[in-house]
Design a protein. Structure first.
Lengths: 180, 493
């Protein structure tokens, strides 16, 4: 009777959490989904390290060394890795900083900012190294599927997960793929 | 002022990385002396995005739709704060009644869904299962299994707020609702009626959530002293001193109730707030200029607002507020965990306000955009976002392109307070004992009370595996714990 559940891990790198929120926008349908899947590492659980998983959902692009580390942890542990949303797929809004040098961006916020006291660029052993550019996740690891949208709709999540649960190749109908 | 940890070689370091069940990425580090007294407790924000720079050169009308992508949890808050600034840029002082009410309805929907998410999806496991309970169960899935009725109400409360947003902004997350000087779409009668159909359930569930949180807080004396601080409070109030989330004057009050300023026009915010940069966090530390950077830190958000206001305009929430104030014996409630109770009082206020707005004939009006006046080069928009006062400040050139931007997001204002709360809990619970999973989550519970949105605060997110190291004064490793993929804490030595 008890079919083993599909194990899913999720993370948000340089993103806004909107893809995770859109995932939760499946509302009550989440209860049905939980009959078939279980969560491993995710911002929604207190599991903080990715174990062996069937599916990894990655939101956000890669903006610092820690993002690279987490992304590789997911790739190493997930059989299927899905780039979720605009930022994971092509860097999205955070990659707009690629038009400027990192130093220009940091100076604007911490040195030239309005009402700034003690202007300095934060630098501490506790702060992970920022990358000079924000990257799409496929610049770092192999990606199996891309789920477009800003954010992808809950229907997209359900359709892709539904197909994978049945062992089918996911395909999204045109009307579900939105750009705005 | 902020010696690096390495410089304090006689102290030992404990780190929690990352804090979970919050939105975004932060970590906690502690410095302890030989007697295990806490010398420094720090809550670090470790990622950076740089919106202030890269929106420069973009046309002002794009800004609300860029900046809402700071945060997928409260995108509406950023869109609205930016829209209020954009109204000033195009010389609009007063929106049409329909546009203003639609924006308020949108904002109430946003605050309701965000508050519901925070309590039910993220924080409730701590209270339903216990701060030190099994981490494998301590999440929304565990709540759905053990308390399905309660969890489903939370899911549906959030859904309702999101449906309001979708009806007005076209979609639930990162929709488009505002235009310079107004709104871009009317609410149809059919949309209004669909929303009205569910409102009685929503009101009832919000009342239950207030009752539950009031009960949890008042029946647990240990919660009342947990991470509790006496702080200044900052927030917006209406003309009559009532709770106000969309538009009003700024009020700051000291811990003892003494007014620091009131009905302050937020466009002069630079006179009253400065932000200190510290080397060890990408999140700045704002303070009230009048009190200086040592004394001037303050708290924002539900606890600040419900304490700071003189009344709430809707009757059920006002009754709840009076109970809250009675608990504080008429003075401020400084209990950090009372944030949750105050948050549910606000959720109830949102539900009541949504009900009233849906019954208002103006809400389905078609006058959506006010006539633009003389262009202005500076726009400053401020609202009370779910997590507290949110400041957006833009300057444009003659072409209408952004030349300067400054954002003070709600969570940033709570930066010092979160740091103080972490310090308080560390003092109370670490106290010379070996590190336990319970301690770890207690520190996280203190941070979670503020509902920090670290994606807003840093404009970036990320996660790392949890590992804690306890070093002695000479840097020798005494103890190391890590969290396994099952969520269980293991001693790895």
């Amino acid at each position: 009777m008890n079919k083993p559940k599909i194990r899913i891990a999720t993370t948000s790198l340089a993103g806004c959490f909107g893809c995770h929120m859109s995932f939760l926008d499946m509302d009550e349908r989440l209860v049905d989904l939980l009959e078939k899947v279980e969560f491993n590492r995710s911002p929604l659980t207190d599991i903080k390290q990715c174990g062996p998983c069937d599916i990894g959902l990655i939101e956000g692009g890669v903006c610092n060394a820690e993002n690279v580390h987490v992304l590789r942890e997911f790739r190493n542990n997930c059989r299927i890795l899905i780039a979720v949303g605009a930022c994971a797929i092509n860097g999205g809004v955070p990659s707009m900083r690629n038009h400027y040098t990192l130093r220009e961006c940091l100076k604007e916020t911490y040195v030239n900012g309005v009402g700034v006291e003690n202007p300095q660029i934060p630098m501490d052993v506790e702060l992970p190294l920022l990358l000079d550019k924000v990257h799409a996740i496929h610049d770092i690891v192999r990606v199996d599927y891309y789920l477009p949208g800003c954010p992808p709709s809950p229907e997209e999540f359900l359709m892709v997960l539904g197909a994978l649960l049945e062992g089918k190749e996911p395909a999204l109908p045109r009307q579900l793929i939105h750009y705005d | 002022m902020n010696p690096t940890m390495n410089a304090q070689s006689n102290l030992r370091r404990v780190a929690i990385d990352p804090v979970t069940r919050v939105e975004g990425h932060g970590k906690i580090t502690l410095l302890l002396d030989a007697d295990n007294h806490i010398h420094e407790a720090r809550f670090h924000i470790v990622e950076f995005r740089g919106f202030e720079k890269f929106i420069q050169g973009r046309p002002y009308w794009e800004v609300p739709f860029f900046v809402q992508r700071l945060c997928g949890i409260c995108p509406v808050s950023h869109q609205l704060a930016a829209a209020k600034a954009v109204d000033q840029l195009v010389g609009v002082e007063q929106l049409t009644p329909t546009a203003e009410k639609l924006r308020r309805l949108l904002h109430f929907g946003q605050t309701l869904q965000s508050h519901a998410l925070h309590f039910f999806h993220l924080s409730s496991p701590d209270f339903l299962f216990g701060f030190g309970s099994d981490p494998a169960q301590r999440n929304i899935v565990g709540v759905l299994e053990k308390y399905p009725e309660l969890a489903l109400k939370g899911v549906k409360l959030r859904k309702y707020g999101q449906q309001i947003i979708a009806a007005i902004a076209g979609k639930r997350i990162h929709g488009t609702a505002t235009v310079a000087g107004g709104m871009n779409k009317a609410l149809s009668l059919a949309e209004r009626d669909t929303l009205l159909a569910d409102i009685q359930d929503i009101l009832a569930w919000c009342q239950e959530a207030v009752t539950l949180n009031e009960h949890i807080h008042t029946s647990h004396p240990e919660h009342q002293v947990f991470a509790t601080l006496r702080s200044n409070f900052l927030g917006m109030v209406g003309r009559g001193g009532e709770l106000e989330l969309y538009h009003g004057g700024l009020r700051a009050t000291a811990a003892d109730g003494k007014r620091i300023f009131d009905q302050f026009d937020y466009r002069g915010y630079q006179e009253i707030i400065r932000e200190e940069v510290r080397s060890w966090s990408y999140m700045k530390f704002p303070y009230l200029t009048a009190l200086g950077k040592e004394q001037g830190w303050y708290r924002v958000g539900p606890l600040a607002r419900v304490n700071n206001c003189d009344s709430i305009a809707t009757p059920l929430a006002e009754t709840a507020r009076k109970n809250f104030r009675a608990f504080g014996h008429g003075g401020f409630v400084h209990d950090t965990l009372a944030y949750h109770w105050a948050r549910m009082i606000e959720a109830l206020h949102c539900a009541e306000s949504i009900h009233a707005l849906l019954l208002d004939p103006d809400i389905t009006g078609s006058e959506l955009v006010a006539t633009h006046g003389e262009k202005c080069s500076t726009g400053i928009g401020v609202i009370e976002a779910p997590r507290g006062t949110l400041f957006h400040h833009y300057q444009i050139d003659e072409q209408g392109l952004i030349t300067k931007a400054n954002l003070i997001v709600s969570t940033t204002s709570n930066n010092q307070a979160m740091n103080e709360s972490v310090r308080a809990v560390a003092n109370q619970y670490l106290d010379g004992h070996e590190i336990t999973e319970g301690l770890l989550n207690h520190l996280e519970v203190a941070v979670r009370a503020y509902d920090p949105c670290l994606s807003c605060a840093t404009h970036a997110l990320g996660k790392m595996p949890l590992q804690i190291e306890l070093l002695d004064a000479d840097g020798l490793l005494l103890d190391r714990l890590s969290k396994a993929s099952t969520g269980l804490i293991e001693r790895t030595d």
